[in-house]
Design a protein around this ligand. Sequence first.
Ligand code: GDP
Length: 465
Amino acid sequence: MAGYWQQIQQQGQQLLKRTFDRHLRLAVTGLSRSGKTAFITSLVNQLLEGSHSQQLPFFEVTQDDRLLGVRRVQQPHPEVASFRYDLALQSLSGDLPEWPEPTKGLSEIRLALRFLPATGLSSWLAEPVTLLLDIVDYPGEWLLDLPMLEQSFLSWSEQQWALLNQAPRVELASDWLSRVAALDFTEVADDQLVRELAEQYTTLIQRFRVELGLHFLQPGRFLLPGEMKGAPILNFFPIPVASQDKKTNDSLLAELTRRYESYCEQVVKRFYKEHFAQVDRQIVLADCLQPLNAGPGSFNDLQLALEQIAESFSYGKSNFLTRLFSPKIDRLLFVATKADHVTPDQHGHLVSLLTELVQGIKRHVRFDGITVESMALASIRATQAGFCDYQGKQVPAIEGHQLTDRSLLTLFPGDVPNSPPKADYWQKKPFQFVEFFPPAKQLNQPLPHIRMDQALDFLLGDKLQ
Ligand code: GDP
């Protein structure tokens, strides 16, 4: 009898826990073009349309047939932009599907997942439970600003000025550098000139990204300003530090220092406090394939940027964020996206490559009590994998419609290195991938994917028990 009551008590406690544990805030980030929009579109679509198909074999709740229904509900923050799921789906539908518009700022979407708890409860207690799932999208570039919070304007300037004067940046930057170097920073600030130079600096770092394939660029809001486009708070730039000894209150130096400090306080810190602090689980997406195409400069820069992004999740006692608020992220998923760009035999290499890229940080955050996982996936699979005949032998291949002219192409893009490549790899350049059109979305058919079910299970599985 005692055992029976104990069991009832346990079941009651479990039920209580479930009743109150019904909310999860999932944040998705990654640098520009890492695949955030495609990932969120697919994640929402798999939950809305894929839960009763055979599309999600590794998502336990659907395999157990316990997911009763999923629907969109009103988002929790009316002041935040909505993630445009309908628009994304519209782009992917029709005869000539297009990739949806990429992430430009912060947005969110809320889903309600109604499910039956897993076994272990008597049937009278096994009432359906609802999990409210908030999915938040924000640019990874914003996390690159974290170190600025601990730098003064002059120490930040010193670091950036040195970078701007080095290859590969210096070639594009030299004119701008000479203009800024010629200024007298002790003179009264000319607002028009400051705006002009700040705009030129913004264009410069945008060119670093597009033309040089660089990722480690600050300030992040200059690249993706979101709702702050054109705001005076974004009008500052790094300066040469030597000989900045005379600083009056209305000098150019004083004005730039004020703007830098306002940016740190009102943009960077505010984002961490208002949004980052609320996140329960985080996904960091990385496109490791584009830098393999672009070359060693771009690849090394991706590594630097990923380390920098991951720094936001490594909250030891001394970490700045821990002093600012109490972060509560308990799971962190690193994802190598666009796995459909390579043949399936290369997926293992892609995961190893990403794991190595974030390894130092991974050890650190695991130590701090966060469960960390890496995987390779395709949010929206645009190719078919198979074999083709090459010099009389069957070799793995992928097939899809190329982004340039929609023509059908079958190819083996090459071997993905399983760790950051050495010099001889870049000399041989054995890897060349091609971009593809997305597949046309079929009515009532979930989007094709690779391993979205495994990502869903890692991110939500325990909350759907
Ligand atoms: P964001 O800037 O992080 O929001 O990136 P997007 O989600 O807009 O993705 C950028 C581009 O990457 C898209 O336009 C596609 O060309 C490509 N892409 C993203 N996800 C996938 C995928 O799963 N498979 C393939 N083949 N391409 C993808």
